[in-house]
Design a protein around this ligand. Structure first.
Ligand SMILES: [Fe+2]
Length: 283
């Protein structure tokens, strides 16, 4: 079983606020990520913009509704729509979250953590295998930020993530901000997390901002990437080498130029981290 990392460079999310600029000119970024569900309905302006952007740069489909960890049956109609979208857009890859967000057929529009157990690993792996069969390709699963934990957990989050990726033969979308947020909320060492992530499985990185609520950090994606997350990104690049990296800025979306600037900062940090003498695997 193997996973091949595609290196696209540094990208940004495609946001409605920037549609006109994307239509007017090629975006000054290496690639673009879109929320899959926003483009599943054929026709309309969003799809026209996406098709234009796809002619300009590589596109990645990032879903929020797969609910891979739920005990509900996987939605075959959702998978069908995702496969159809992928057929039209030919994305560089497709990703979603290692979480659950539905129960009894009702979707919560939230990304809840799973119990880190052998039973949950087997459950998720079987479902990832089915998804990959339907889509005819490997998917990437993202670590989510969390605020609660299950007493039933038998292992650390990073062990769970690594086991799922290995047994399902899928990739990992490593959200460095989520690692930082969850580390603070649960009191674990983010460096231990990064050290344990299987480098060969990581196909993409997310960077984002969060909000400090005092007793906990909230994953808000509503402002620039904070300094501690940039520090963790530098460490991640040193451990993994170059990885396609995306700035997630979903609320209080800034002007396109500011978003591009944030992406270029990631480019600069990666270049600086990997400049000779580059030694992988920091102590
Ligand atoms: Fe993310």
């Amino acid at each position: 079983m193997a996973f091949t990392r595609k290196i696209l460079g540094h990208g940004i999310g495609l946001r409605t606020k920037h549609f006109a600029q994307h239509l007017a000119a090629r975006p000054p970024v290496d690639w673009v990520e879109v929320v899959s569900e926003n483009f599943m309905a054929p026709g309309g302006r969003p799809v026209a913009v996406l098709e234009k952007v796809r002619r300009d740069v590589p596109v990645v489909l990032h879903g929020v509704s797969l609910s891979i960890g739920s005990t509900d049956p996987l939605s075959e109609s959702y998978l069908g729509q995702l496969a159809e979208l992928a057929g039209r857009i030919e994305p560089a890859w497709i990703s979603d979250h290692l979480c659950w967000g539905s129960h009894g057929g009702r979707y919560a529009h939230d990304l809840w953590p799973l119990p880190y157990t052998e039973e949950a690993i087997r459950h998720v792996v079987a479902r990832v295998e089915h998804v990959q069969e339907v889509l005819g390709r490997q998917i990437l699963l993202e670590n989510v930020s969390s605020y609660v934990a299950f007493r039933a957990s038998e292992m650390e989050e990073w062990e769970f993530l690594a086991e799922v990726a290995d047994r399902a033969d899928c990739g990992i979308l490593l959200d460095v901000n989520n690692v930082y947020v969850s580390a603070r909320n649960h009191g674990f060492d983010p460096h231990a997390y990064l050290a344990a992530v299987p480098a060969a499985r990581v196909g993409q990185i997310h960077l984002a901002g969060h909000s400090d609520k005092g007793r906990y950090l909230l994953d808000t994606h509503d402002h620039e990437v904070p300094a501690p997350v940039w520090d963790l990104y530098r460490e991640t690049v040193l451990r993994l080498g170059p990885v396609s990296t995306l700035i997630e800025w979903d609320d209080n979306v800034p002007p396109l130029e500011r978003l591009v600037e944030e992406s270029r900062r990631a480019t600069a940090i990666e270049a600086e981290a990997l400049a000779p003498p580059f030694r992988r695997a920091v102590p």
